[in-house]
Design a protein around this ligand. Structure first.
Ligand code: HAM
Length: 422
């Protein structure tokens, strides 16, 4: 019997992890400069949290959750996204009472959705996300969008497009909802059964149906933007003004509705416009969710955030032909000839590593020539070969691989030499 990774998941192999670590360190650095403190929540939560948070009529809740019963008979779900968990933690730990408001959180971790596997769509993927809870200042909307854009600029991506929209407030949504029902009702028989169910429960969800997206009634459907209340319009204008101040270009996209129920006011997505990018071009999505904190049992506190997956970020890098510079270097490879030399190598390796110098040697009994080859393959910056005469002299020729230059150095001086030259 042979085993394979479960469908929709992938192994990140040792050759690939340096790239991941590089991206993760860029993300952590950006969180630090923007001052979004990291939160780590469990990988699973009570199922009801997502039903209430993400929304009962969304694809995520209806079709994509990994839900299971634990041995105590509780219904638990592997988190499909991070916002509901962050808000749950915010309420549970009464962060609304903290002296510094708003609360600015960030997270990196795996999320799980039972989706059809295709390029850029996995069943386990790693999201980086941020949530700002406790501010309804349009300047924070612009800050959140700016942080998302900075992520992509920091890794060197150029072919990006920011789409923004306003989903308005409750009044906006109610008026739009009625208009949508009137629009779709006469022809609802032509739509899939999910859409038929959505008509009364949540007609907005019809607009992001993956089955009927090409139906002509989709294009002519009433736009939320035509129903914005004066207050919502003003808010949206302010957000755009701040984006202009930041020099961030955007496209106002009235069709952008997002696939989760908690959104209102600002909604945004960042797309890759690189020609080599696959069918799914959305790299990042987010928006405002005033009302979610209350839905999850907290006070009436507004919020906004976004999430992006590292998988799609890496695909976008590939599409633009960008190689991240990663630190995977080997400072020195020690070749040993004979038992005594090997003991010395073990000792030297330990002294190198204690000073942060990356060092390696042979552990599979290879001949000297093969060891040299190994050093070359591993990209060692320096190589030393220890045999009987080196032991006698307590010194060794250290060879810089790139130039081929050699210098004789006492064993006791090697660490200092490398610290100066590596
Ligand atoms: P979302 O649009 O469902 O929003 O997902 C955000 C991002 O996660 C997507 O733009 C994409 O980069 C990535 N993503 C989603 N599903 C997959 C998948 N199957 N495979 C690979 N990547 C995927 C949310 O999750 C919201 N919680 C975002 C948010 C935070 N809104 C406010 N705060």
């Amino acid at each position: 019997m042979s085993f394979k990774v479960p469908r929709g998941t992938q192994d990140i192999l040792p050759e690939q992890t340096p790239k991941w670590q590089k991206v993760e360190s860029i993300l952590r650095d950006l969180s630090r400069v923007y001052r979004y403190k990291e939160i780590r929540t469990p990988m699973f939560e009570q199922t009801e949290l997502f039903q209430r948070g993400v929304g009962d009529t969304t694809d995520i809740v209806q079709k994509e959750m990994y839900t299971f019963e634990d041995r105590g008979g509780r219904s638990l779900t592997l988190r499909p996204e991070g916002t509901a968990s962050a808000v749950r933690a915010y309420v549970e730990h009464k962060m609304f009472g903290a002296p510094d408001q708003p609360v600015k959180l960030s997270y990196i971790g795996p999320m799980f959705r039972y989706e059809r596997q295709q390029a850029g769509r996995y069943r386990q993927f790693v999201q980086y996300g941020v949530e700002v809870i406790g501010s309804a200042d349009p300047a924070i909307d612009a800050e959140v969008i700016s942080l998302a854009m900075d992520v992509y600029h920091s890794v060197g991506l150029k072919n990006l497009q920011l789409h923004i929209n306003s989903l308005g407030d409750k009044e906006t949504r109610d008026a739009h909802r009625t208009a949508l029902i009137n629009h779709f009702q006469p022809s609802i028989g032509e739509f899939c059964s999910d859409c038929q169910n959505r008509l009364e429960k949540n007609p907005l969800r019809i607009l992001d149906c993956k089955v009927d997206h090409a139906h002509p009634l989709m294009e002519s459907a009433p736009k939320l933007t035509d129903y914005l209340t004066e207050e919502s319009s003003k808010y949206f204008e302010k957000v755009k003004e701040y984006l202009d101040v930041l020099g961030i270009e955007y496209v106002v996209d009235p069709n952008l509705v997002r696939g989760l129920d908690y959104y209102n006011h600002t909604a945004f997505e960042i797309m890759s416009t690189a020609s080599g990018f696959g069918a799914i071009t959305t790299l990042c999505g987010g928006g405002r969710y005033n009302g979610l904190v209350q839905d999850i049992g907290g006070p009436e506190v507004p919020g906004i955030g976004f999430a992006l997956s590292i998988e799609r970020l890496l695909l976008a890098l590939e599409a633009e032909g960008i190689e991240l510079e990663v630190n995977d270097s080997l400072d020195i490879y020690v070749v040993a000839i004979g038992d005594e030399a090997k003991k010395k190598s073990v000792e030297l390796l330990s002294s190198f590593r204690a000073k942060g110098i990356s060092a390696d040697m042979d552990y599979v009994d290879r001949k000297m020539k093969a060891q040299m080859k190994s050093a070359d393959r591993l990209g060692a910056k320096y190589v030393i070969v220890i045999g009987d005469s080196e032991l006698e002299e307590a010194a060794v020729n250290i060879k810089q691989m790139e130039s081929g230059n050699q210098e004789k150095i006492q064993f006791v001086e090697l660490v200092n030499y490398l610290l100066e030259h590596k």
